[in-house]
Design a protein around this ligand. Structure first.
Ligand code: SF4
Length: 186
């Protein structure tokens, strides 16, 4: 069975992420059934720049077999079985406390992350809340819950694994500046 058989999207731009993906080198390997084979397939996804789009597609289409977007079929089934709860505007309060109207940032975090070895993959919404220029993205939420304040400027991923939101693998402009100052001082 090819990794691209079945219901792979055939419209642009939905299909754009399929171009030059590393699993094309050995599509059948992505359907391994042994634990070692599945882990090897997930390793292939870790080097793929399309991992987020791929996972989103696999979840939306209910793809039942193989490793897609870095997750095995069992892991995707577990994700799909999670209840979907609305996120309230009251969550954008700047505090991690639970809102009676909706989910707290902590609850959104708990429901949107999936451990993957030393990494933590984000499987929740791409933007958690947006109002005008303000928006809470998974990276910003990770930073806030870990550091206790919102990041300055862009957050950047230091591990290079697409979709990883482990707070220790993220930094903001202030932290990057501090690191650069330290490097100059040494
Ligand atoms: S995330 Fe994995 S399965 Fe999806 S296109 Fe990339 S390498 Fe292939």
């Amino acid at each position: 069975m090819s990794h691209y058989s079945g219901s792979v999207p055939d419209t642009e731009p939905a299909r754009a992420w399929l171009v030059k993906t590393p699993c094309k080198a050995d599509p059948d390997a992505m359907f391994a059934t042994s634990t070692a084979g599945i882990e090897a397939a997930k390793d292939v996804c870790r080097s793929c720049s399309a991992v987020e789009s791929c996972l989103q597609w696999a979840l939306e289409t209910g793809e039942e077999h193989g490793v897609w977007g870095g997750l095995s079929d069992k892991e995707r089934r577990a994700l799909r079985s999670r209840p979907i709860r609305p996120i309230s505007i009251d969550d954008y309060t700047g505090t991690p406390r639970t809102s009676r109207q909706g989910l707290s940032f902590q609850e959104i975090w708990d429901g949107g992350t999936l451990a993957d070895g030393e990494h933590l993959l984000w499987v929740g919404p791409k933007v958690i809340y947006r109002r005008g220029e303000q928006q809470v993205t998974p990276n910003r939420l990770a930073f806030y819950l870990d550091r206790g304040h919102w990041p300055e400027g862009d957050t950047k991923r230091t591990c290079g694994v697409a979709g990883c939101v482990r707070p220790a693998h993220l930094n903001d402009r202030t932290e990057r500046d501090e690191e650069a100052d330290l490097a100059v001082a040494v």
